[in-house]
Design a protein around this ligand. Structure first.
Ligand code: TMP
Length: 212
């Protein structure tokens, strides 16, 4: 019994450093919104199930090595290959809670000292999120949480650079949430902003494009 399926869904993106708690908050939010009768799906980037995604996964686990620009473009291609499905879902009324998006693409690659504008260019024309939530945690605190899985970017020194890159992308429209608060408090804040966002989209806010 899907309610409100006549209006479009919202594109909600969660961003942050590795170990900031994005993934668990994203799934909690999906359960909450589903429980209210909304059509909701959880998505994540990289989507490791596609051919491009498998190349990315192999790079992240150090099973392959790629030029910094080449891997940047693969991350971007991985979003492009999902773009039309994303648009179809949103127009059909499904809200998407997305764990990482173009901001991760730009923050992680520009942390390798690739030019910020160069990093943004391949993302232009992807769908712009209706809401970006940044789960804010210092790289040191995130590292203390442990469980860095040993993937390529999961190193304190690199995460410090990623944090600086993210700060360059901050926008007044972003919702910055203190990721060191108790899980339930973060969850509560996310619920509030997500519901506001859904209402705005239901009222007819149109889809727009990123950085164009
Ligand atoms: P994950 O741990 O959320 O699956 O993400 C894998 C890593 O890939 C993570 O360290 C962030 C990084 N990443 C990029 O470098 N560029 C991107 O476009 C995305 C989506 C993630």
């Amino acid at each position: 019994n899907r309610l409100k399926s006549h209006s479009r869904g919202a594109l909600i993106v969660l961003e942050g450093l590795d170990r900031c708690g994005k993934t668990s908050q994203a799934s909690r939010l999906v359960s909450f919104l589903t429980g209210l009768g909304h059509a909701v799906e959880m998505w994540r980037f990289p989507d490791r199930t596609t051919v491009v995604g498998k190349m990315i996964s192999s790079y992240l686990s150090n099973r392959s090595h790629l030029d910094d620009r080449a891997i940047h473009l693969l991350f971007s291609a991985n979003r492009w290959e999902k773009r039309s499905l994303m648009e179809d879902k949103l127009r059909c009324g499904t809200t998407l809670i997305v764990d990482r998006y173009s901001y991760s693409g730009v923050a992680f690659s520009s942390a390798k000292e690739l030019d910020l504008l160069w990093c943004k260019t391949p993302e232009k024309g992807l769908l712009a999120p209706d809401l970006v939530v940044y789960l804010d945690i210092s790289p040191e605190k995130a590292a203390e949480r442990g469980g860095y899985g040993g993937e390529r970017y999961e190193q304190l020194e690199f995460q410090k650079k990623v944090a600086q890159s993210y700060h360059k992308l901050f926008d007044a429209s972003w919702k910055i949430v203190d990721a060191t608060l108790p899980i339930e408090e973060i969850e509560e804040q996310l619920r509030d902003v997500a519901l506001d966002c859904l209402v705005t989209c239901q009222k007819g806010k149109s889809l727009s494009q990123l950085w164009s």
